[in-house]
Design a protein around this ligand. Structure first.
Ligand code: ZN
Length: 311
């Protein structure tokens, strides 16, 4: 029987309808060769002059030269403007690109552990900078692959700093306040040693019972902290390793599937409470007419099956 579930963190209503799918490997994508750089990729090492001047890097070398492991540049086609642009009707903010690796095929599930830590550390520092500069909220995300919304194959994250708090972020804060407890810590404690667990340690990864898409994974640190940008190095590193592990497991089951990875953090002036975390959502189901018209998601792979499929 299909089952209606509510995700306490996202607030999403989900119908788990396993009868509609065959098996987890139904969603396995056929093997494909790693994308090769065409030489015109603006994010490949050696092509630094093809981007606007660099904002930050992790690694060696002078700005806008090779030697970096992670590189941050302004987005050439920003969806928000810079606060000093001045036009009263403009959407103030900042839109940055974090190039995850100098290698064209170096996506997060393929990077080594310490390289994944570099990536999360660079993103944390930029989120902190944007909030310190006066913006209200900073949303960091990775769109990996065309189905996930990426227009450039070279693995990269984006950070959008906003001078307002987006409704979904606001609503999540309200759910924490209304519950009067840390919803992420609660889920982590329940699921870390259950059959929904994907990785356990200082940071924990699990498939939420009300996953809105097959193989959705949440990753969070055991310590309670609302803001990603205020997390110390050890905490960021633990979440980076667990996120990389979660992606590697997804890749082992599904192949190099496209996915969105989003980093959820409290806004700058939020009420106390909240718990920063990472959500990985493989793009293997389509948000179609029913989902668009009702806001109710349909997931054909029970989260226990997804968690159990990982090697
Ligand atoms: Zn490239």
């Amino acid at each position: 029987m299909p089952e209606l579930r509510t995700d306490p963190i996202s607030g999403r209503l989900v119908i788990i309808a396993p009868e509609r799918a065959a098996r987890p490997d139904t969603f396995r994508v056929p093997p494909r060769p790693p994308p090769a750089s065409t030489g015109s990729c603006p994010f490949c090492a050696g092509n630094e002059s093809m981007t606007p001047p660099e904002i930050a890097r992790i690694g060696a070398g002078a700005p806008d030269t090779p030697g970096w492991r992670v590189r941050v540049v302004p987005n050439l086609y920003p969806i928000v403007g810079h606060p000093t642009d001045g036009a009263p009707e403009s959407v103030a903010g900042a839109h940055e690109v974090v190039v995850l690796s100098p290698e064209h095929a170096g996506h997060l599930g393929r990077l080594g552990e310490e390289r994944a830590v570099d990536v999360f550390t660079a993103i944390r520092d930029r989120v902190g900078h944007l909030l310190d500069s006066g913006l209200q909220h900073a949303q960091a995300f990775v769109n990996q692959g065309r189905a996930a919304g990426s227009s450039i194959d070279h693995p990269h994250a984006q950070i959008v700093g906003l001078d307002f708090v987006p409704p979904a972020v606001h609503a999540e804060q309200d759910r924490f306040l209304a519950a009067g407890r840390d919803l992420v810590a609660e889920a982590l404690a329940v699921h870390r040693s259950s059959d929904l667990s994907v990785a356990d340690g200082p940071a924990v990864a699990w498939c939420p019972p009300a996953s809105s898409s097959p193989f959705e994974i949440l990753v969070a640190h055991r310590s309670t902290r609302a803001r990603f940008d205020q997390a110390p190095d050890t905490e960021v590193a633990a979440v980076a390793r667990a996120s990389r592990e979660a992606l590697a497991r997804v890749n082992a089951v599904l192949g190099d599937v496209d996915y969105n990875l989003t980093i959820h953090t409290a806004p700058r002036d939020a009420e106390p409470g909240g718990h920063w975390y990472v959500r990985v959502a493989p793009r293997i189901s389509i948000v179609a007419g029913f989902e668009q018209s009702t806001g109710v998601f349909v997931n054909v792979v029970p989260p226990k099956v997804a968690a159990g499929a990982a090697p």
